[in-house]
Design a protein around this ligand. Structure first.
Ligand code: HEC
Length: 187
């Protein structure tokens, strides 16, 4: 009986070690993944509920494809717009509000760059600053449709083309047989 109980004790110990290992090293990455997707969801919600509507109201009239206006080459209606920026370069430095042109513009700290003319209210400014400070989450990755762009042919609604009128032969002066004449090819 004794050797058996020693084995039991050893396997029990091993099992405990394995579960300790799993608890310490396997679970954290799984939790980290969950945390990452949860915080992505929070950032997305904040962006779409608070930041994007503000940009839409105060900036899109002069900086968007839809308005057909991109003053100084700056579009604020998609992420690449501010990443590349306008004439002065990238408009936002994620995590660094003080170095971001957009923040300088809305704070009216730069005499040449007061955007928009009528200053946003302090709560709106703080929302934008806080968004930049947290990393400027932005999932608007598709090029917006420009104001005068022709819609892609496959996105146009279906239309019935007019049916051609077939006039009787007598009227056109030709013989219409409904068959195609093919010249015989001699080999
Ligand atoms: C009524 C039109 C108008 C509105 C609204 C507007 N802008 Fe502008 N924006 C301009 C014009 C014009 C310029 C070029 C001004 C200059 O360079 O002196 C400009 C330039 C900028 C620039 C500098 C771009 C560069 O690289 O030179 C930034 C940043 C900017 N705007 C941010 C904003 C933000 C943020 C908003 C919204 C809160 C906004 N603007 C709203 C007209 C507008």
């Amino acid at each position: 009986m004794r050797p058996n109980s020693r084995i039991d004790a050893r396997s029990c110990c091993a099992a405990a070690l394995v579960s300790l290992y799993v608890a310490l090293f396997v679970q954290p990455p799984v939790m980290a993944d969950e945390n990452a997707s949860a915080s992505r969801e929070i950032e997305a919600e904040r962006f779409h509920q608070q930041v994007e509507p503000m940009l839409r109201e105060h900036c899109y009239p002069c900086h968007s494809h839809a308005a057909g206006q991109m003053e100084n080459g700056l579009a604020l209606d998609w992420k690449s717009g501010w990443v590349e920026g306008g004439d002065r370069g990238p408009a936002i430095v994620p995590g660094k509000p003080d170095d971001s042109l957009v923040v300088r513009a809305i704070r009216h700290v730069d005499p040449d760059l007061k955007m928009p003319e009528e200053q946003l209210d302090p709560a709106e400014i703080e929302t934008l600053v806080e968004w930049v400070r947290r990393g400027a989450f932005d999932d608007r990755e598709i090029t917006p449709i420009a104001k005068d762009a022709q819609p892609w042919w496959s996105l146009k609604p279906l239309a019935s083309p007019p049916i051609p009128v077939v006039r009787p032969a007598a009227e056109t002066g030709t013989i219409e047989t409904g068959t195609v004449k093919v010249d015989a090819v001699t080999p």
